[in-house]
Ligand binder design. Structure first.
Ligand SMILES: Nc1ncnc2c1ncn2[C@@H]1O[C@H](COP(=O)(O)OP(=O)(O)OP(=O)(O)O)[C@@H](O)[C@H]1O
Ligand SMILES: [Mg+2]
Length: 351
């Protein structure tokens, strides 16, 4: 295979698990060649910060070994308080002028000292009414937080060639895998992880609202543990339906209902804000991903409450799969939480 076709390996380091995905180009699409995840102990990654580099490093090394991944070029994504994503609107400038402007003026847009962050931006297509203006998506990530990840990966002899943001990786894989016309649609992407929910609303191919909310599936585990007075491991098993809650069935259902209702309120806040500002661009679907989205009945519940068509995201639906190595049923069951790793894995490795 020509080197320019080489794709990077996606490594999504979440608070609950590390997910790894490797794709190859196949015709106009992709073929999945390796996929896997490894659980992390609680506290190893917290609020997007790498707290236990050794433990996380071991988990990643073991995954690469088990999956027989030889390539060293990887992409990771970050999220949480240490990364700021902001859309700004400026008067039109050339690329050179923009570079200079961002360096000089970024400070007014972000709450961190400019010395302490890595800065990046991308130009957004500007609406035809505003030819004299440019829209930018500015990203600022705390150096110390990013560097902790880079150092840990460096120790593993991995070469990190991409540091993305969770929400962008998700947006990329949605646009790639939704067959046609994704750029004409208005959709809500919602990723419910263990400790955070990422909401990203895409209008005609452009992100117009992006936020992280600190809710997630771990809430369910904690509440089950507290209410039933059991340890977290048991609570997790009850949550996943692996152990029956017996006489506590009703209590468990109450906890699920309350927590999912809270998630939906957060989703509705974002959707309502979008709809108020964009009455002529109705949303056509809500696309759900993340392990937390696998709560039984959640897809229907969100559909009822928002009136939107809710899709459980399977990024592999339109891909070929190496069926000798990867079981389709297993793949379907893990697809939602693999979305971000897959969004990293579609990126090309630079030379
Ligand atoms: N069927 C299920 N019902 C409810 N929760 C589930 C189910 N399957 C997995 N989960 C939960 O999903 C979470 C893991 O999802 P995911 O891998 O997306 O999280 P993460 O990326 O590690 O977390 P974060 O992005 O918040 O840091 C865990 O809390 C796990 O218990
Ligand atoms: Mg995640």
């Amino acid at each position: 295979m020509a080197k320019k076709d080489q794709l990077i390996t996606g490594v999504d380091i979440g608070s609950h698990a590390v997910k790894v995905c490797q794709l190859q180009r196949s015709g106009k699409g992709y073929k999945l060649s390796a996929i896997g995840s490894a659980l992390l102990p609680e506290g190893a990654v917290e609020d997007g910060i790498l707290q236990e580099p050794e433990i996380v490093g071991k988990a990643i090394a073991a995954l690469f070994k088990n999956l027989k991944i030889k390539s060293k070029r990887i992409g990771i994504s970050i999220s949480g308080y240490s990364v700021i994503v902001k859309k700004i609107n400026l008067e039109y400038m050339t690329d050179d002028e923009l570079d200079k402007y961002i360096l000089a003026e970024a400070e007014q847009y972000i709450p961190f000292d400019i010395e302490d962050v890595y800065l990046d931006y991308r130009k957004l297509p500007t609406s035809s009414k505003e030819r004299d203006r440019s829209d930018l998506m500015l990203v600022a990530a705390k150096k110390e937080v990013v560097d902790d990840y880079l150092m840990m990966l460096d120790e593993l002899k991995l070469k990190t060639v991409l540091v993305d943001v969770d929400g962008f990786a998700l947006e990329n894989i949605w646009e790639t895998s939704s067959k046609t016309g994704a750029e004409q649609q208005n959709i809500v992407l919602v990723d419910i992880g263990a400790s955070k929910m990422n909401i990203n609303i895409i209008k005609e191919g452009i992100s117009v609202l992006a936020r992280d909310v600190v809710v997630g599936s771990n809430q369910l585990t904690m509440q089950l543990a507290n209410t039933l007075d059991i340890d977290e491991e048991q609570a997790e098993q009850i949550k996943l339906g692996a152990i029956s809650p017996g006489e506590h069935q009703d209590l468990v259902e109450d906890i699920f209902n309350q927590t999912c209702t809270q998630w939906i309120l957060e989703i509705k806040k974002a959707v309502d804000l979008y709809q108020a500002n964009n009455p002529n661009h109705p949303l056509s679907a809500l696309v759900l991903s993340g392990g937390g989205s696998k709560v039984a009945g959640l897809v229907d519940y969100i559909g009822q409450e928002t009136g939107l068509n809710v899709i459980s995201f399977n990024p592999f639906e339109t891909m070929k799969v190496d069926e000798k190595k990867i079981d389709r049923h297993y793949l379907d069951s893990i697809a939602p939480e693999m979305a971000i790793a897959t969004g990293l894995a579609i990126r090309q490795a630079p030379f």
